[in-house]
Design a protein around this ligand. Structure first.
Ligand code: FAD
Length: 329
């Protein structure tokens, strides 16, 4: 029997977020022969986005395009999605493990009466006919568990960004069919997003960044983040922070990385003046290379760092910036 796997696309200002292509790749992996992969995008002015998506290997693209859906609103997005999910009755729905994905996934799981597997970092398809197995970190990243999908129920999966190669544009075959899905705003919506004020300049998106420079309480003030921002500018990194730095008012909570903040998996994570509490590690321990700068040689962050620099961050970081400037000139 033909089944449908649904990927919920994420976009910002009409630009497709890379995690969508990673999620699409995951859908291609778990599909069995004859399964259809459909991508659903919700937002406003989605024509360009739909055309861009059509160049990838999927069967159908559903666009729920309405001015009222320009900004993410959980209630409105769920209402827009719900009838389509009922119609498609998917065997799996895949989302990015992002703020939006984490918010929408449980609502979708409840709607479909599906099991949910969150924060997946790897998928093992195994031999032909085997059910996919999903790997996710547990105990704040100290261990991993592998979950096998039950054969008899729909599944909702959130995939941590930067863990799966993004899908590549299709090389042959017909372009995916684009389907417009009508949306009528409900008068009974209890919340309405009037405007979105971005607090972080965020040249590079933190959750998708290849390099993250993070500051902790050791930066000592909001001004203390300057050298980190300068380093980030030179190497094309995003700036993150520990909760210690956020709680102290040195930076916005939007930068917080960890158990109660964002989860990042960059190629390189540079921790400056961060002690390495387990709650912080939960958000960054899967980074490929971890560099720690701390003046305390016994700081726990050095236990998981690949490279450690014992020193004052206000001396070390400007030196790194100057060297990278020279190297990249
Ligand atoms: P500190 O632990 O104070 O460390 C500062 C470090 O800076 C020290 O190691 C010090 O040696 C170093 N330092 C000082 N000056 C310099 C200098 N000039 N040069 C170099 N190094 C210097 N934390 C998170 O980060 N993210 C979370 O999501 C999170 N969630 C939490 C959830 C719960 C339920 C709880 C209870 C806690 C959570 N925390 C979280 C808090 C966490 O336990 C730590 O308190 C926090 O991570 C500490 O931040 P920090 O490393 O910046 O500060």
């Amino acid at each position: 029997m033909s089944r449908t796997i649904v990927v919920i696309a994420e976009q910002r200002g009409g630009q497709l977020r890379q995690v969508t292509l990673e999620t699409l790749r995951a859908a291609q992996w778990i599909r069995s022969e004859g399964d259809a992969v459909s991508v659903v995008a919700i937002g406003s002015n989605l024509t360009k986005l739909g055309n861009a998506l059509a160049t990838y290997d999927c069967d159908r693209i559903y666009l729920i395009d309405h001015a009222d859906l320009e900004h993410y609103n959980p209630e409105a997005y769920y209402q827009a999605l719900s009838p389509l999910l009922g119609e498609l009755s998917p065997c799996a729905v895949l989302l990015g493990h992002t703020s939006i994905g984490r918010d929408l996934a449980p609502m979708i799981a409840a709607r479909l009466q599906a099991g949910q597997i969150s924060d997946v970092i790897a998928i093992d398809r195994g031999d032909d006919g085997m059910l996919p197995r999903f790997v996710r970190p547990i105990y704040a990243g100290k261990a991993f568990e592998t979950i096998e999908a039950a054969s008899d129920g729909p599944l909702v999966v959130t995939l941590r960004p930067n863990n799966v190669q993004p899908a590549a544009p299709r090389e042959e075959g017909p372009a995916a069919q684009i389907v417009s899905v009508p949306y009528t705003p409900s008068a009974s919506l209890r919340t309405m997003v009037r405007d979105v004020v971005r607090k972080t300049s965020g040249k590079v998106d933190l959750t998708e960044a290849k390099i993250v420079v993070s500051g902790g309480r050791g930066v000592k003030s909001a001004e203390g983040f300057r050298p980190l921002e300068e380093l980030a500018d030179v190497i094309g990194a995003a700036v993150g922070a520990s909760r210690g730095a956020c709680d102290a008012g040195y930076c916005d909570y939007a930068l917080q990385i960890g158990q109660t903040g964002k989860v990042v998996t960059p190629e390189v994570y540079i921790a400056c003046g961060i002690s390495g509490a387990i709650q912080h590690l939960a958000g960054m321990s899967q980074s490929r290379i971890i560099i720690a700068i701390n003046k305390d040689p016994d700081a726990p962050i050095f236990q998981i760092a690949d490279y450690g620099i014992v020193g004052d961050l206000f001396e070390v970081v400007p030196l790194l910036t100057a060297e990278f400037k020279k190297a990249l000139a």
